[in-house]
Write a protein that binds this ligand. Structure first.
Ligand code: UD1
Length: 366
Protein backbone atom coordinates (compact mmCIF):
# COMPACT_ATOMS: atom_id res chain seq x y z
CA UNK A 1 0.00 0.00 0.00
CA UNK A 2 1.28 3.46 -0.85
CA UNK A 3 1.04 5.51 2.32
CA UNK A 4 0.21 9.16 2.58
CA UNK A 5 3.15 10.82 4.36
CA UNK A 6 2.43 13.52 6.92
CA UNK A 7 5.18 15.66 8.44
CA UNK A 8 4.09 16.47 11.98
CA UNK A 9 5.94 19.62 13.07
CA UNK A 10 6.95 20.26 16.68
CA UNK A 11 9.30 22.90 18.05
CA UNK A 12 8.29 24.37 21.36
CA UNK A 13 7.02 22.89 24.61
CA UNK A 14 3.25 23.24 24.07
CA UNK A 15 3.46 21.38 20.74
CA UNK A 16 4.58 18.08 22.22
CA UNK A 17 1.40 17.27 24.17
CA UNK A 18 -0.74 18.22 21.17
CA UNK A 19 0.94 15.90 18.66
CA UNK A 20 1.17 13.08 21.25
CA UNK A 21 -2.59 12.63 20.79
CA UNK A 22 -2.09 12.00 17.05
CA UNK A 23 0.70 9.46 17.57
CA UNK A 24 -1.38 7.69 20.24
CA UNK A 25 -4.00 6.70 17.63
CA UNK A 26 -1.73 6.46 14.57
CA UNK A 27 -1.82 2.64 14.49
CA UNK A 28 -5.52 2.82 13.63
CA UNK A 29 -4.61 4.54 10.33
CA UNK A 30 -2.34 2.19 8.34
CA UNK A 31 -2.69 4.31 5.21
CA UNK A 32 -1.00 7.27 6.92
CA UNK A 33 2.71 7.56 7.70
CA UNK A 34 3.31 10.12 10.45
CA UNK A 35 6.86 11.56 10.50
CA UNK A 36 7.85 13.68 13.47
CA UNK A 37 9.99 16.72 12.60
CA UNK A 38 11.52 18.69 15.52
CA UNK A 39 12.67 22.21 14.67
CA UNK A 40 14.73 22.49 17.88
CA UNK A 41 13.08 25.81 18.88
CA UNK A 42 13.10 24.37 22.41
CA UNK A 43 16.07 22.15 23.18
CA UNK A 44 16.72 21.84 26.95
CA UNK A 45 16.05 18.48 28.59
CA UNK A 46 13.29 20.10 30.67
CA UNK A 47 11.74 21.97 27.71
CA UNK A 48 11.87 19.15 25.17
CA UNK A 49 13.43 15.69 25.84
CA UNK A 50 11.39 14.94 28.95
CA UNK A 51 8.16 15.25 26.95
CA UNK A 52 9.31 12.66 24.42
CA UNK A 53 9.91 10.15 27.21
CA UNK A 54 6.71 10.83 29.12
CA UNK A 55 4.36 11.09 26.17
CA UNK A 56 5.76 8.10 24.27
CA UNK A 57 6.62 10.21 21.22
CA UNK A 58 8.77 8.56 18.52
CA UNK A 59 12.29 9.81 17.79
CA UNK A 60 12.02 12.68 15.30
CA UNK A 61 13.07 11.63 11.79
CA UNK A 62 14.79 15.01 11.59
CA UNK A 63 15.86 17.68 14.11
CA UNK A 64 16.60 21.07 12.58
CA UNK A 65 18.39 22.18 15.77
CA UNK A 66 17.62 25.89 15.36
CA UNK A 67 17.74 26.93 19.05
CA UNK A 68 16.91 30.37 20.48
CA UNK A 69 17.31 33.65 18.64
CA UNK A 70 15.36 36.75 17.61
CA UNK A 71 11.99 36.07 15.98
CA UNK A 72 13.31 36.80 12.49
CA UNK A 73 16.45 34.67 12.81
CA UNK A 74 14.64 31.79 14.49
CA UNK A 75 11.81 31.78 11.94
CA UNK A 76 14.27 32.08 9.04
CA UNK A 77 16.49 29.26 10.36
CA UNK A 78 13.47 26.98 10.67
CA UNK A 79 12.38 27.84 7.11
CA UNK A 80 15.83 27.15 5.66
CA UNK A 81 16.14 23.88 7.58
CA UNK A 82 12.67 22.62 6.75
CA UNK A 83 12.96 23.55 3.09
CA UNK A 84 16.13 21.42 2.84
CA UNK A 85 14.27 18.51 4.44
CA UNK A 86 11.30 18.91 2.11
CA UNK A 87 13.54 19.00 -0.97
CA UNK A 88 14.83 15.52 -0.22
CA UNK A 89 11.78 14.06 1.54
CA UNK A 90 8.65 15.74 0.18
CA UNK A 91 5.60 14.86 2.31
CA UNK A 92 2.02 14.74 1.05
CA UNK A 93 0.86 16.82 3.99
CA UNK A 94 2.57 19.18 6.42
CA UNK A 95 0.66 19.30 9.73
CA UNK A 96 1.43 22.16 12.09
CA UNK A 97 -0.05 22.77 15.54
CA UNK A 98 -0.66 25.87 17.65
CA UNK A 99 0.92 29.27 17.19
CA UNK A 100 4.67 29.19 17.81
CA UNK A 101 7.37 30.31 15.37
CA UNK A 102 7.89 26.71 14.20
CA UNK A 103 4.21 26.57 13.20
CA UNK A 104 4.25 29.55 10.86
CA UNK A 105 7.74 28.87 9.49
CA UNK A 106 7.02 25.30 8.36
CA UNK A 107 3.53 26.17 7.09
CA UNK A 108 5.02 28.88 4.87
CA UNK A 109 7.70 26.57 3.45
CA UNK A 110 5.14 23.87 2.71
CA UNK A 111 2.59 26.24 1.17
CA UNK A 112 5.22 27.70 -1.19
CA UNK A 113 6.27 24.19 -2.23
CA UNK A 114 2.60 23.39 -2.89
CA UNK A 115 2.44 20.84 -0.11
CA UNK A 116 -0.98 20.50 1.50
CA UNK A 117 -0.94 22.31 4.89
CA UNK A 118 -3.11 21.23 7.83
CA UNK A 119 -3.34 23.50 10.87
CA UNK A 120 -4.44 22.04 14.20
CA UNK A 121 -5.77 24.65 16.65
CA UNK A 122 -6.83 26.94 13.83
CA UNK A 123 -9.07 29.97 14.22
CA UNK A 124 -8.13 30.98 17.76
CA UNK A 125 -7.85 34.76 18.01
CA UNK A 126 -6.87 37.05 20.87
CA UNK A 127 -7.29 40.07 18.52
CA UNK A 128 -4.07 41.36 20.05
CA UNK A 129 -1.42 41.77 17.38
CA UNK A 130 1.23 42.74 19.93
CA UNK A 131 1.40 38.99 20.69
CA UNK A 132 3.81 37.18 18.35
CA UNK A 133 1.51 34.17 18.57
CA UNK A 134 -1.45 36.13 17.15
CA UNK A 135 0.55 37.00 14.03
CA UNK A 136 1.61 33.37 13.74
CA UNK A 137 -2.03 32.24 14.00
CA UNK A 138 -3.39 34.65 11.41
CA UNK A 139 -0.64 33.93 8.87
CA UNK A 140 -0.75 30.16 9.35
CA UNK A 141 -4.53 29.99 8.95
CA UNK A 142 -4.42 32.14 5.83
CA UNK A 143 -2.08 29.71 4.02
CA UNK A 144 -3.49 26.41 5.31
CA UNK A 145 -5.57 24.06 3.17
CA UNK A 146 -7.44 22.45 6.03
CA UNK A 147 -8.28 24.08 9.35
CA UNK A 148 -8.87 21.92 12.43
CA UNK A 149 -10.63 23.95 15.10
CA UNK A 150 -10.81 23.46 18.89
CA UNK A 151 -13.84 25.50 19.86
CA UNK A 152 -16.81 27.21 18.17
CA UNK A 153 -15.27 30.72 18.42
CA UNK A 154 -12.56 29.51 16.02
CA UNK A 155 -15.13 28.62 13.35
CA UNK A 156 -16.73 32.08 13.63
CA UNK A 157 -13.31 33.76 13.33
CA UNK A 158 -12.32 31.75 10.26
CA UNK A 159 -15.64 32.34 8.49
CA UNK A 160 -15.41 36.08 9.23
CA UNK A 161 -11.93 36.06 7.64
CA UNK A 162 -13.41 34.63 4.45
CA UNK A 163 -12.48 30.95 4.71
CA UNK A 164 -14.86 28.54 3.02
CA UNK A 165 -16.79 26.11 5.22
CA UNK A 166 -15.38 23.04 3.46
CA UNK A 167 -11.86 23.87 4.78
CA UNK A 168 -13.04 24.17 8.39
CA UNK A 169 -13.47 21.17 10.70
CA UNK A 170 -14.58 21.63 14.31
CA UNK A 171 -12.81 18.60 15.81
CA UNK A 172 -12.23 19.51 19.47
CA UNK A 173 -9.05 19.75 21.45
CA UNK A 174 -6.08 17.40 21.00
CA UNK A 175 -4.48 18.67 24.21
CA UNK A 176 -7.50 17.44 26.12
CA UNK A 177 -7.10 14.03 24.40
CA UNK A 178 -3.61 13.81 25.90
CA UNK A 179 -4.81 15.05 29.29
CA UNK A 180 -7.38 12.26 29.36
CA UNK A 181 -4.73 9.65 28.47
CA UNK A 182 -2.30 10.89 31.14
CA UNK A 183 -4.64 11.89 33.93
CA UNK A 184 -4.53 8.66 35.93
CA UNK A 185 -0.72 8.62 35.92
CA UNK A 186 -0.67 12.28 36.97
CA UNK A 187 -3.05 11.69 39.86
CA UNK A 188 -0.69 9.03 41.24
CA UNK A 189 2.37 11.25 40.96
CA UNK A 190 1.61 13.65 43.88
CA UNK A 191 4.36 16.03 42.80
CA UNK A 192 3.35 18.52 45.54
CA UNK A 193 5.03 16.23 48.09
CA UNK A 194 8.40 17.27 46.63
CA UNK A 195 7.75 20.73 48.09
CA UNK A 196 6.69 19.36 51.48
CA UNK A 197 3.03 20.20 50.75
CA UNK A 198 0.01 18.05 51.43
CA UNK A 199 -2.81 18.17 48.91
CA UNK A 200 -5.08 20.95 47.78
CA UNK A 201 -3.97 23.98 49.74
CA UNK A 202 -1.50 25.62 47.34
CA UNK A 203 -1.34 27.91 44.31
CA UNK A 204 0.54 26.71 41.22
CA UNK A 205 2.07 29.53 39.20
CA UNK A 206 3.79 29.70 35.83
CA UNK A 207 4.03 32.58 33.34
CA UNK A 208 6.38 33.58 30.54
CA UNK A 209 4.64 35.91 28.04
CA UNK A 210 6.83 38.81 26.90
CA UNK A 211 4.01 41.19 28.04
CA UNK A 212 4.41 39.96 31.64
CA UNK A 213 8.13 39.27 31.71
CA UNK A 214 9.97 41.76 29.53
CA UNK A 215 8.78 44.93 31.31
CA UNK A 216 10.38 45.32 34.77
CA UNK A 217 7.45 47.22 36.31
CA UNK A 218 4.88 44.67 35.15
CA UNK A 219 7.07 41.81 36.37
CA UNK A 220 7.63 43.48 39.75
CA UNK A 221 3.85 44.04 40.08
CA UNK A 222 3.18 40.32 39.57
CA UNK A 223 5.90 39.31 42.04
CA UNK A 224 4.41 41.65 44.69
CA UNK A 225 1.05 39.90 44.30
CA UNK A 226 2.62 36.46 44.55
CA UNK A 227 4.37 37.54 47.75
CA UNK A 228 1.02 38.73 49.11
CA UNK A 229 -0.58 35.43 48.05
CA UNK A 230 2.09 33.42 49.88
CA UNK A 231 0.62 34.77 53.15
CA UNK A 232 -2.73 33.24 52.16
CA UNK A 233 -1.50 29.88 50.81
CA UNK A 234 1.82 28.29 49.74
CA UNK A 235 2.85 29.20 46.19
CA UNK A 236 4.73 26.81 43.89
CA UNK A 237 6.25 28.82 41.05
CA UNK A 238 7.53 26.88 38.03
CA UNK A 239 9.90 29.35 36.38
CA UNK A 240 10.19 29.33 32.56
CA UNK A 241 13.72 30.13 31.20
CA UNK A 242 12.57 33.49 29.78
CA UNK A 243 11.04 34.42 33.16
CA UNK A 244 14.12 33.28 35.06
CA UNK A 245 16.39 35.45 32.95
CA UNK A 246 14.19 38.50 33.58
CA UNK A 247 13.94 37.78 37.33
CA UNK A 248 17.70 37.35 37.63
CA UNK A 249 18.38 40.54 35.70
CA UNK A 250 16.26 42.55 38.13
CA UNK A 251 17.45 40.64 41.26
CA UNK A 252 13.84 39.58 41.90
CA UNK A 253 14.87 35.92 41.78
CA UNK A 254 17.03 36.32 44.89
CA UNK A 255 14.18 38.18 46.58
CA UNK A 256 11.75 35.35 45.83
CA UNK A 257 14.20 32.75 47.15
CA UNK A 258 13.94 34.50 50.52
CA UNK A 259 10.12 34.31 50.75
CA UNK A 260 9.26 31.39 53.08
CA UNK A 261 6.04 30.14 51.42
CA UNK A 262 7.17 30.52 47.80
CA UNK A 263 8.71 27.38 46.31
CA UNK A 264 10.70 27.94 43.12
CA UNK A 265 11.22 25.17 40.63
CA UNK A 266 12.29 24.93 36.97
CA UNK A 267 10.02 23.96 34.06
CA UNK A 268 8.14 20.78 34.98
CA UNK A 269 7.55 17.71 32.87
CA UNK A 270 4.05 17.24 31.44
CA UNK A 271 2.92 14.72 34.05
CA UNK A 272 4.45 16.70 36.93
CA UNK A 273 2.71 19.88 35.75
CA UNK A 274 -0.59 18.04 35.36
CA UNK A 275 -0.19 16.58 38.84
CA UNK A 276 0.51 20.05 40.28
CA UNK A 277 -2.50 21.55 38.48
CA UNK A 278 -4.93 18.75 39.33
CA UNK A 279 -4.20 19.12 43.04
CA UNK A 280 -3.94 22.92 43.20
CA UNK A 281 -6.39 25.23 44.95
CA UNK A 282 -5.78 27.78 42.20
CA UNK A 283 -3.56 28.11 39.12
CA UNK A 284 -2.08 31.47 38.09
CA UNK A 285 -0.71 31.64 34.57
CA UNK A 286 -0.52 33.34 31.19
CA UNK A 287 -0.24 30.08 29.25
CA UNK A 288 -2.89 29.22 26.67
CA UNK A 289 -2.67 25.51 27.38
CA UNK A 290 -3.07 25.86 31.14
CA UNK A 291 -6.29 27.86 30.69
CA UNK A 292 -7.73 24.82 28.90
CA UNK A 293 -6.20 22.17 31.14
CA UNK A 294 -7.49 23.80 34.33
CA UNK A 295 -10.97 24.07 32.78
CA UNK A 296 -10.86 20.35 31.98
CA UNK A 297 -9.69 19.61 35.54
CA UNK A 298 -12.26 22.02 37.13
CA UNK A 299 -9.49 23.89 38.92
CA UNK A 300 -9.77 27.72 39.27
CA UNK A 301 -7.48 29.58 36.85
CA UNK A 302 -6.54 33.26 37.09
CA UNK A 303 -4.96 34.36 33.81
CA UNK A 304 -2.53 37.28 33.83
CA UNK A 305 -3.58 38.66 30.45
CA UNK A 306 -5.94 41.25 28.95
CA UNK A 307 -7.45 38.78 26.49
CA UNK A 308 -7.66 35.14 25.61
CA UNK A 309 -7.83 33.37 22.26
CA UNK A 310 -9.69 30.59 24.12
CA UNK A 311 -12.99 32.20 25.20
CA UNK A 312 -14.57 28.81 25.88
CA UNK A 313 -12.46 28.64 29.05
CA UNK A 314 -14.27 31.74 30.35
CA UNK A 315 -17.78 30.94 29.12
CA UNK A 316 -17.75 27.26 30.04
CA UNK A 317 -14.59 26.63 32.05
CA UNK A 318 -12.88 27.98 35.15
CA UNK A 319 -10.87 30.88 33.73
CA UNK A 320 -10.89 34.58 34.74
CA UNK A 321 -8.78 37.25 33.02
CA UNK A 322 -7.07 39.46 35.58
CA UNK A 323 -5.72 42.16 33.17
CA UNK A 324 -3.51 43.75 35.84
CA UNK A 325 -6.54 44.34 38.10
CA UNK A 326 -5.12 43.27 41.47
CA UNK A 327 -8.32 44.13 43.33
CA UNK A 328 -10.12 41.59 41.16
CA UNK A 329 -7.25 39.14 41.72
CA UNK A 330 -7.67 39.33 45.50
CA UNK A 331 -11.47 39.05 45.21
CA UNK A 332 -11.09 35.88 43.14
CA UNK A 333 -8.59 34.42 45.63
CA UNK A 334 -11.17 35.08 48.34
CA UNK A 335 -13.86 33.31 46.27
CA UNK A 336 -11.50 30.36 45.84
CA UNK A 337 -10.91 30.28 49.61
CA UNK A 338 -14.67 30.28 50.29
CA UNK A 339 -15.29 27.59 47.65
CA UNK A 340 -17.63 29.83 45.62
CA UNK A 341 -15.40 30.34 42.54
CA UNK A 342 -16.60 29.16 39.07
CA UNK A 343 -16.73 25.36 38.78
CA UNK A 344 -17.00 25.09 34.98
CA UNK A 345 -19.07 22.68 32.90
CA UNK A 346 -18.45 18.93 33.03
CA UNK A 347 -19.21 18.40 29.32
CA UNK A 348 -17.47 21.07 27.26
CA UNK A 349 -18.32 20.42 23.61
CA UNK A 350 -15.89 18.00 21.89
CA UNK A 351 -13.48 17.84 24.85
CA UNK A 352 -14.07 14.11 24.79
CA UNK A 353 -10.63 12.66 24.05
CA UNK A 354 -11.44 11.93 20.39
CA UNK A 355 -10.12 15.02 18.59
CA UNK A 356 -7.04 13.26 17.17
CA UNK A 357 -9.22 10.58 15.59
CA UNK A 358 -11.44 13.21 14.00
CA UNK A 359 -8.34 14.87 12.51
CA UNK A 360 -6.84 11.68 11.12
CA UNK A 361 -10.25 10.62 9.73
CA UNK A 362 -10.30 13.82 7.68
CA UNK A 363 -6.66 13.49 6.56
CA UNK A 364 -7.24 9.86 5.58
CA UNK A 365 -10.19 10.87 3.40
CA UNK A 366 -8.44 13.73 1.56
C1 UD1 B 1 7.68 30.09 22.94
C2 UD1 B 1 6.46 30.45 22.08
C3 UD1 B 1 5.26 30.69 23.00
C4 UD1 B 1 5.05 29.50 23.90
C5 UD1 B 1 6.32 29.20 24.67
C6 UD1 B 1 6.19 28.00 25.56
C7 UD1 B 1 6.91 31.70 20.01
C8 UD1 B 1 6.84 33.03 19.38
N1 UD1 B 1 6.69 31.68 21.34
O1 UD1 B 1 7.96 31.21 23.77
O2 UD1 B 1 4.11 30.87 22.19
O3 UD1 B 1 3.98 29.77 24.79
O4 UD1 B 1 7.37 28.96 23.72
O5 UD1 B 1 7.34 27.81 26.33
O6 UD1 B 1 7.13 30.72 19.34
N2 UD1 B 1 15.13 28.88 26.36
C9 UD1 B 1 15.89 27.99 27.06
N3 UD1 B 1 15.76 26.67 26.74
C10 UD1 B 1 14.93 26.21 25.78
C11 UD1 B 1 14.17 27.14 25.08
C12 UD1 B 1 14.28 28.48 25.37
O7 UD1 B 1 16.65 28.34 27.94
O8 UD1 B 1 14.86 24.99 25.55
C13 UD1 B 1 15.25 30.32 26.70
C14 UD1 B 1 16.12 31.07 25.72
O9 UD1 B 1 16.90 31.94 26.44
C15 UD1 B 1 15.14 31.86 24.89
C16 UD1 B 1 13.97 32.05 25.85
O10 UD1 B 1 13.95 30.89 26.68
O11 UD1 B 1 15.68 33.04 24.44
C17 UD1 B 1 12.64 32.15 25.14
O12 UD1 B 1 12.47 31.01 24.26
P1 UD1 B 1 11.64 31.18 22.88
O13 UD1 B 1 11.45 29.86 22.24
O14 UD1 B 1 12.26 32.27 22.08
O15 UD1 B 1 10.27 31.75 23.33
P2 UD1 B 1 9.33 31.33 24.54
O16 UD1 B 1 9.23 32.49 25.45
O17 UD1 B 1 9.74 30.01 25.13
Amino acid sequence: MIKKTIDIIVGARPNFMKVAALFAVADDYPSLELRLIHTGQHYDEAMSDVFFKELGLPEPVCNLGVGSNSHAVQTADIMVGYEKWVCGNKPDICLVVGDVNSTVACALVAAKRQIFVAHVEAGLRSFDRTMPEELNRVITDSISDVLFVNEPSGVDNLLREGNSTDKIHLVGNVMIDTLKHQRVGASKRQKYKDFGLDGRGYAFVTFHRPSNVDDNDVLKGIINQLTWLSNVMPVVFSVHPRTKKALQKTRLYEELEGVPEIYLTGPLSYVDALSMMANAKVVITDSGGLQEETSALHVPCLTLRDNTERPITIGEGTNTLISGDWVLFREKIEEVGKGIYLKGRRDIQLWDGLAAKRILNVLESI
